[in-house]
Design a protein around this ligand. Sequence first.
Ligand code: DAS
Length: 354
Amino acid sequence: MSNRFLSRCLLIAAACLAALPAFAAKPNVVILATGGTIAGAGAAATNSATYQAAKVPVDKLIAGVPELANVAQVRGEQVFQIASESFTNEHLVTLGKRVAALARQGDVDGIVITHGTDTLEETAYFLNLVVHTAKPIVVVGSMRPGTAMSADGTLNLFNAVSVAASQDARGKGVLVTMNDELNSGRDVAKTINIKTEAFKSPWGPLGMVVEGKNYWFRLPAKRHTTNSEFDIEQIDALAPVEIAYGYGNVSDTAYRALADKGAKAIIHSGTGNGSVAARVVPALRELRANGVQIIRSSHVNGGGFVLRNAEQPDDQYDWVVAHDLNPQKARILAAVAMTKTQDSKELQRIFWEY
Ligand code: DAS
């Protein structure tokens, strides 16, 4: 064999090896679509706020972002096609079981859930509590439909898939990628209802995702996913937990009505530091005596936390405080926790830890 022939073979082999990374198997990411604005459609490009949610099927969402193929092998499943304000506990359990089943599969490296923005924070927190996997789970939505000018859904989806395909997103709990930010599914909430910069975490984002690269600046402090005592495999139904809103002139009517309808816990969405109007306290104490858990949260959004035994003598009343969780997240945690315990001291421990 001539030296010339040998050297040509070596050159070809080197060229193949150099090309290898481009053809190396990309991570497998599954997109579970549930509806929302990210699947929305408006009549005109100027309709950034007037549109119908939950119209575009998952395959069209994927086809709308061909660049997804540069970061992952992507396939989609249409789990629901609804606006997320219509989510129920049953939707959460169904979705949670599907996510957990996929996470157990060796050929799935990451999971993205496309979701309406109205209750996205609730679903993200729920999955953070009950899905036992270190694989990246990323919940994503959009504030404008794909038919609008400057729609945010395509880049949000690209970022979500890129994060779900990345090794450094493992073990960080459920994540939410909106508006280039990496937020914890536990902390993040929708704080503005008509801007693309809608989602904020009171303690700040975990980082940013820019051009397919993750920049981390902090890590979740509370228990989640593989470190959670709650497991979707052992949950078939969430406990009935409701929310009553506190405000000036409030009466105890809503609290009593919710208990009459079977609520096992009532989240008090209080003013200030979870304050309770003096005229409402007797009703809450009566409901507690009848076995209903009373959990004080606050509808003051943007940060802070409800202090135990400050606005109310929680020890004396045997009430629970929701720590820094907003009322809708407090409902999720109580609904999950009360599938395992009815004890108020155990509930308080759980609210400190999750
Ligand atoms: N109705 C809203 C929802 O489905 C639309 C959205 O913002 O995604 O949550």
